[in-house]
Ligand binder design. Sequence first.
Ligand SMILES: C[S@@+](CC[C@H](N)C(=O)[O-])C[C@H]1O[C@@H](n2cnc3c(N)ncnc32)[C@H](O)[C@@H]1O
Length: 232
Amino acid sequence: MTGPERAPTAGSDRVVARPNTTFKPRRRALSAARRQDLERWLARWGLAEAGPEIEWSAIFGGLPVVVDIGFGHGETTVEMARARPDLAIVGIEVHTPGVVAVLDAIEHDPLPHVRVVHGDALRFLTRVPAASLAGVRIYFPDPWPKPRHHQRRLVREDVVGALADRLEPGGELHLATDIAHYAAAMQRACDSEPRLAGGIIERPPSRPLTRFEQRALAEDRQPVDLRYLRVG
Ligand SMILES: C[S@@+](CC[C@H](N)C(=O)[O-])C[C@H]1O[C@@H](n2cnc3c(N)ncnc32)[C@H](O)[C@@H]1O
């Protein structure tokens, strides 16, 4: 990739205080061959978690950029990317097998408008310029159900504030969860961000059923979608 990096601009320096607490470590070693695939494909399709601010147009031309945080195994990310080649998609995930699965899809059924960050989305946010994203998707984030773990949730006030910073005017934050009290907490966090307006919506047909959602439906939990737009 050439020239996608430039010095940070004023306004994009709002960062999240506890970046590395939202996911559970899952250690599953890759085979040597898969590790080589990962390194080769990341060199082609990856964006580093840390580094200077990114200039999206140097990577994607003029495509609007949507960030997909915590894509898990990545089926939804790939399916939505295939359906919308007019959007640039940046998928971010810490779980290595999921990252390899998405890179494999990009490599073998070219999706030139997709890039992958193998790392912590909250750290990567420091590379994302203010008001530069057309959308942010967070589908079925880990619910961290115990009250003493709620501060480890991905969707919380400080993160919502940092995401609102990076959304362009009119940009969309789309959230989904199958945990009722997390949905209520998401709504409170978004409602308390003055630059966002929105609330609960019907499940949009554009969002495929994720693996986690299928399990939730089988266990009689009703998924909730929330959609907010940057209005300020
Ligand atoms: C419950 S899974 C949901 C996966 C997928 N979105 C779906 O709906 O099937 C949540 C994922 O978020 C990832 N995750 C949590 N915090 C993250 C962070 N700060 N940066 C990147 N990924 C994160 C976890 O590794 C996990 O794979």
